[in-house]
Design a protein around this ligand. Structure first.
Ligand SMILES: N[C@@H](CCC[C@H](N)C(=O)O)C(=O)O
Length: 289
């Protein structure tokens, strides 16, 4: 009988993740293993993977262990590493609650983008303190077919390019990353959000995620979109002195984003554990060859 590896599957607004609990960081979770696990036909399937490790046991997080017991070692579906995942951190918190490591209320989680405070509410919603956005200068144009749009750079720990479009269909099939001009604009890759207005302080997006392709939702992307939209609308909280709250519809649901006058951003949305089971370690090993 081969060794079994425990896993769970979860999603936040249909941005879905394979969850691998590994408190003592005992697994060698290579990029190839992540690709195999996230494969939707031959593996478990997911946009990304949440490796659940105690901060003290992970070289990238041990300095944060006094602030946050758990480290979200997030991986994209192509095996690459990203600084932050907004839907992932809610699902990560839901897993900790599900496993009995956390209850309702506040919880600190270490990420590559710093320690995030997560609030698990009674009604099942989870709110995350996402920190402040950075808005790097730079004129960039994103294109799909014959159409192009200016893109606003917003960094939420990870990079985003936000383009306002007339119709989400204009983003095309998004099978591959949309091209930019200049082509060298994002040497480390970028997540691209296409945005339309739905009403006052209400927008909708489609997203092409770095390392995952088109997904049904992106939490950091929704925050980037709220920030870019507030600047476009003349509703920058640092200027108006009042918080700006945006409802952001994603293909997989709805997220609510508030930016405060001090720049701090909060995101609220659902997080669901849908299954748990065991991975056959022999299968995983054989799928790496
Ligand atoms: N889906 C995530 C973002 C995951 C990381 C992203 N693909 C990147 O490479 O930066 C979210 O919900 O924020």
């Amino acid at each position: 009988m081969s060794t079994r590896i425990a896993f769970l599957k979860g999603h936040g607004t249909e941005n879905d993740f394979v969850i691998v609990p590994d408190p003592e960081n005992a697994m060698d979770l290579s990029p190839a293993a992540v690709v195999a696990l996230c494969d939707r036909r031959a593996g478990v399937g997911g946009d990304g993977l949440l490796h659940v490790v105690r901060s003290a046991a992970h070289p990238e997080a041990k300095d944060l262990a006094a602030e946050a017991e758990w480290f979200m070692d997030y991986r994209n579906g192509d095996g690459s590493i990203a600084e932050m995942c907004g839907n992932g951190v809610r699902v990560f918190a839901r897993y900790l609650q599900h496993a009995g490591y956390a209850g309702e209320g506040d919880l600190a989680i270490a990420t590559r983008g710093g320690v995030k405070t997560v609030h698990l509410a009674k009604n099942g919603e989870i709110t995350v303190g996402m920190g402040k956005a950075r808005l790097p200068e730079g004129d960039v144009t994103v294109s799909v077919g014959e159409r192009s749009w200016p893109a606003r750079n917003v960094n939420m720990g990870n990079p985003h390019a936000v383009a306002f479009v007339d119709d989400l269909e204009h983003a095309g099939d998004l099978f591959s990353p949309p091209p930019f001009s200049p082509a060298t604009a994002y040497p480390d890759g970028v997540n691209v959000e296409f945005v339309v207005d739905r009403g006052p302080r209400h927008v909708a997006l489609r997203v092409h995620e770095r390392g995952s392709g088109e997904t049904r939702s992106c939490g950091t992307g929704a925050c980037a979109v709220a920030v870019a939209t507030a600047r476009r609308d003349g509703a920058d909280p640092a200027v108006t002195g009042t918080p700006a709250t945006y409802t952001v519809d994603v293909p997989g649901g709805t997220l609510v984003i508030t930016e405060r006058p001090d720049g701090e951003i909060e995101m609220t949305g659902p997080a669901v554990i849908v299954a748990e089971g065991e991975i056959d370690a022999d299968w995983l090993e054989s799928s790496l060859r």
